[in-house]
Each structure stands twice: as structure tokens, then as C-alpha cells.
Write a protein that binds this ligand. Structure first.
Ligand SMILES: [Zn+2]
Ligand SMILES: [Zn+2]
Ligand SMILES: [Zn+2]
Length: 253
């Protein structure tokens, strides 16, 4: 199984439009963060977690010729804004795109993309096939077994996903003890860490590190990063052993 970080930035991306802070003007490629998403490749299948506004650019950068299905963590636009661009795969693969999503995310995506679900659709719109999932039951997405992890993003329920020994959780700031049990034993844990200062809906760097040290994976990667966190180089130097900042294009096996 291989996981690729398609994007590792928070909702505005890094650099942020019209910002001249040291992170946003950094020339280090690791300080260029598209909106957060990952690609999972296993048993010849390719799944994408979330289609943010940079989905098209991410698919072109990674030269992704085939997407078998998409799983959604939640319905915020930085995780859904690229859905229209699945049309390319509808056309090339000649099939509707399977979307795996819970009831609330489905409801929100139906509102955000009303034209896709119109009873009398315009020709050439994205074609999707909906698969309802819930945080309470493991599911199989295009042959790949997935354990959902329930988390809270302020008061909004979001889903993280465990794929075998890799667990991906973005946009959370609370995970209940019984959900943490589902993560335990994972070798690689990916967790969101927005910045150092408190935030209403995201783990801070310190909160993420404490949770990782409680769960004790072999390695952990931090994602959904704001320009306020600092440069890749500066922050990397202060992280405990086994905890790394993710960056766009990073692959873990
Ligand atoms: Zn987000
Ligand atoms: Zn900035
Ligand atoms: Zn969010």
C-alpha cells in the first residue's frame, strides 16, 4: 500500500493569496502546500481522499491515469471544491465515479453541486455513483478495506480513515477515547496540525504531538498546515523523533 500526499495545506493553501510572511515568500518547494488530500494505492486500485479546489492540479502533477473511487472526510469546500474535475475520469474510464460519503456530507454535496443531481442534467456534467458510509461501520471501497474513525471538527462530525497500517485524520480537534482505540496499532498516523495558537476546529501543533505520543505509531506525519505554523525547515527541527511535517508529493509505503 502506498499513500501520496496530494496536498498538505489548510483551507487557503500556502502561500496564501496576498500574504508576504516569511513562509508565504519562502522559495523552498516544501513550503508550497495545496489543499489537503491523499491518494491511496493498493491492490492495483487508486482511491482519493477528498477532492479539494486543487484536485485537477494534483492529478496532473502525480500523473494519475485512473481513479477508482473517492472517499470524503467532510463537506468543507477545501475538501470538495474540485469535484467537477472528475469529469476527466468519467470520460477516460467510461464509468460513473464512486463517491463514498456519510449522510451529512452527501446532503451538503448535493447542495454544493445541485447541477450534478438535477433530474434533467445538462450534458457533460460529472457522473457519480453514491455509496453511503457511516462512522460506525467498516466498509470496503473498490476492494480496499477501510475503518472509519469518528472525530469532531469544532462541532462538526468528520471522518478519518484507517487503511491497514496507515491512518489519515484531517480537520479534527477532538477524537473520543473509543475512536482512539481504533487507531491504536497503526504504524503510520497522519494527523492535522494547523498552527501553534489555539484554534476552534483544528488541533494545534502541541495537541497533535500529545495525541501522537499517546497513540504511539512508528511514524507520524502532520498535515493541513497553515502559513502561521512556520517554514518546513524551522518546524521540522523542533519535532520529536518519529514525527514529521508532511509536504506535497511525499509518498509513504
Ligand atoms: Zn480543511
Ligand atoms: Zn503567509
Ligand atoms: Zn474542514
Amino acid at each position: 500500500m502506498r499513500l501520496t500526499f496530494l496536498g498538505t495545506g489548510t483551507s487557503g493553501g500556502v502561500p496564501m493569496i496576498a500574504c508576504t510572511c516569511p513562509v508565504c515568500i519562502s522559495t523552498d518547494a516544501k513550503d508550497k502546500r495545496l489543499r489537503s488530500s491523499v491518494m491511496i494505492e493498493a491492490d492495483g486500485k487508486t482511491l482519493i481522499v477528498d477532492t479539494g479546489p486543487d484536485f485537477r492540479q494534483q492529478m496532473l502533477r502525480e500523473n494519475v491515469m485512473r481513479v477508482d473511487g473517492i472517499i470524503y472526510t467532510h463537506s468543507h469546500k477545501d475538501h470538495t471544491g474540485g469535484l467537477d474535475d472528475i469529469r476527466a475520469y468519467n470520460y477516460v474510464l467510461k464509468r460513473d465515479m464512486p463517491l463514498y460519503l456519510d449522510a451529512f456530507t452527501e446532503q451538503e454535496i448535493r447542495e454544493q453541486y445541485a447541477y450534478i443531481f438535477s433530474p434533467n442534467p445538462y450534458p457533460g456534467i460529472p457522473r457519480v455513483q453514491l455509496h453511503r458510509i457511516s462512522g460506525d461501520a467498516p466498509f470496503v471501497a473498490e476492494g480496499i478495506p477501510v475503518i472509519p474513525i469518528k472525530a469532531l471538527h469544532h462541532q462538526m462530525p468528520v471522518l478519518g480513515f484507517r487503511f491497514g497500517h496507515i491512518t489519515y485524520i484531517t480537520d479534527a480537534n477532538y477524537i473520543a477515547p473509543e475512536e482512539i482505540e481504533k487507531i491504536k496499532g497503526t504504524r503510520i498516523l497522519i494527523l492535522n496540525a494547523l498552527r501553534r495558537e489555539q484554534h476552534i476546529s483544528h488541533f494545534t501543533l502541541q495537541q497533535a504531538i500529545e495525541l501522537i505520543q499517546h497513540i504511539k505509531p512508528e511514524r507520524a506525519y502532520l498535515t493541513h498546515i497553515s502559513h502561521q505554523l512556520g517554514t518546513y525547515n524551522d518546524v521540522s527541527q523542533e519535532l520529536p523523533d518519529g514525527i514529521f511535517l508532511a509536504y506535497d508529493g511525499l509518498k509513504v509505503e
